[in-house]
Write a protein that binds this ligand. Structure first.
Ligand code: PAF
Length: 281
């Protein structure tokens, strides 16, 4: 695996590979890699000639400074994991390299998608994601880029970004990877205390129960059911549970088999904010 920290070296190398006719698969990450990331890497490796991963903790997508400070960082460990799945190129720049002029003022209009759920809970977050992913695409010039469905709204934003910028990158959505007890894999899980980690699977259990009640509950009642399920679970602080369509992420008011619909949840467990989702239709 070759590791680059400079944009120009990465771009020059990858441009050469592309000119030689090789297909580039790209997995952008913020490090703190877990099995969920490695699944994306394995798939990208299988479907392309060259696997490129990036590790960059993008400050402009954090609306909470404390969250940014506490974000787990361990480049050496991550590099070993990347080697173990056959990663060919690691791009790991620092903040100065990515944002030489300081804060980026670019502002996207992602439409309705950015105003709901994660968008309304984390102002500026998706703009920060859009800015960095657009830059990473310019640098890594991938044919295919892989994103996990745990961040389903992010995935919808990236699809929109590619549309807005007319970028020729194929966006490949990948299913959520879960621990054996159902907890969705996330870099934030390591920040849970032992007790919190033990009870965290309750989130996915509730989502599964909600899904299985679809034939008897309308979306509004399903929402109420989920919120009630957490009422006596005082460790959990539910920020939202929404049922939304799979394209524009707008609220679904009644079931329609023609409209792909998911349940989305954000929960604070202790100091850790977790998100998850489940497809209902
Ligand atoms: O999903 C993530 O890890 C980040 O949001 C991404 C896509 C790497 C952009 O910083």
């Amino acid at each position: 695996m070759i590791t680059f920290s400079k944009i120009v070296d990465t771009q020059t190398f990858l441009y050469q590979q592309k000119t030689n006719g090789l297909k580039i698969g790209f997995v952008p990450t913020m490090g703190a890699l877990h099995e969920g990331h490695l699944e994306l890497m394995r798939r990208a490796k299988q479907e392309n000639d060259i696997l490129v991963a990036s590790i960059f903790v993008n400050p402009i997508q954090f609306n909470n400074k404390e969250d940014l400070k506490k974000y787990p960082r361990n480049l050496n460990r991550d590099a070993e994991l990347l080697k173990s799945v056959g990663c060919d190129v690691l791009f790991a720049p620092d903040t100065k390299e990515m944002y030489p002029e300081g804060q980026i003022s670019k502002s996207y209009d992602f439409g309705d998608i950015e105003h709901v759920m994660e968008g309304s809970s984390r102002p500026g977050h998706f703009n920060g994601v859009g800015v960095v992913v657009s830059r990473l695409f310019e640098i890594c010039i991938p044919h295919n880029a892989y994103f996990g469905e745990k961040d389903f709204q992010q995935l919808a934003i990236i699809k929109k970004l590619v549309d807005i910028e007319n970028t020729r990158v194929n966006i490949v959505p990948c299913a959520i990877v879960r621990e054996a007890d159902g907890l969705a894999m996330s870099s934030r899980n390591v920040r849970l205390t032992d007790h919190e980690r033990e009870i965290a699977p309750f989130i996915y259990q509730t989502l599964k129960m909600a899904k299985s009640s679809k034939d008897t509950l309308c979306p509004k009642k399903m929402k109420a059911f989920v919120l009630e399920n957490f009422i006596d679970k005082t460790e959990f602080n539910v920020e939202y549970f929404e049922i939304a369509d799979d394209t524009n992420l707008q609220p679904v008011k009644q079931w329609n088999e023609e409209v792909g619909s998911l349940g989305f949840i954000a929960v604070k467990l202790g100091k850790v904010r977790l998100i998850d989702n489940i497809r209902i239709i």
